[in-house]
Design a protein around this ligand. Sequence first.
Ligand code: PRT
Ligand code: ZN
Length: 222
Amino acid sequence: GSDQPDRLRLAVQKKGRLADDTFDLLKKCGLTMSQSKNRLYARVEQLPIDILLVRDDDIPALVAGGASDLGIVGGNVFEEERAAGRLGDNVPMVVPLGFSKCRLCIALPKETIYSAPKDMAGMRIATSYPALTEAWLNENGVEGARTVVMNGAHEIAPRLGVADAVCDIVSTGGTLDANGLAVAETIYRSEALFIGGPLDGRKAEIAEALRLRIEGVQRSAD
Ligand code: PRT
Ligand code: ZN
């Protein structure tokens, strides 16, 4: 715990799409874990690292606020937290990891005619990424469009009549297609990020040992 200053804390997603890839990476790094009883954290056996098991949405703030030294999180979540101004001045360093790739896209009902961002003028866009969506709308001079924040089931928002478009994560595109939607714009390309630091002293050494193992795994995958 926090009373052990010589153990580094790494926040990862407890369960979900990112968790699978993250635990796979740690395994390839030659790291094994003992699961703690309360399942809030696991101890790494080969390095003095405690893994905090949390919701992915909490990872950027845990790292920016210093509760965790490092984290592994999707770029989509990290950049949304940053764009929303929730990381304050403590924006950590970032190393791209090359997995959990996906795109953040604005999608429209297939029958909507779309040729340029101005065609989105006045639209209501259902999303859980309001900061990234609004930043893109501003950069592209889209007038009068606004976001409607939803925490799931964005793809049904147009059929429910609560939005004209959605801005959501797309991987294969199958979910959009099944809901009669098509990608109009890709506004962010995401992959998992290793975030945190700069650290000093013993923690910097442990973080460097972990970073070198990750680099080794990435090199052997190329
Ligand atoms: O519980 P917790 O809050 O930790 O997890 P979560 O439910 O918020 O996130 P989770 O586990 O679903 O995703 C974690 C991260 O995985 C995301 O933040 C992205 O960085 C990454 N990722 C990669 C994805 C996808 N691929 C993906 N396809 N996240 C979500 N999806 C969704 C997509 O929005 C769609 O609804 O999966 C559905 C299927 O996608 P298609 O395009 O293949 O049909
Ligand atoms: Zn989440």
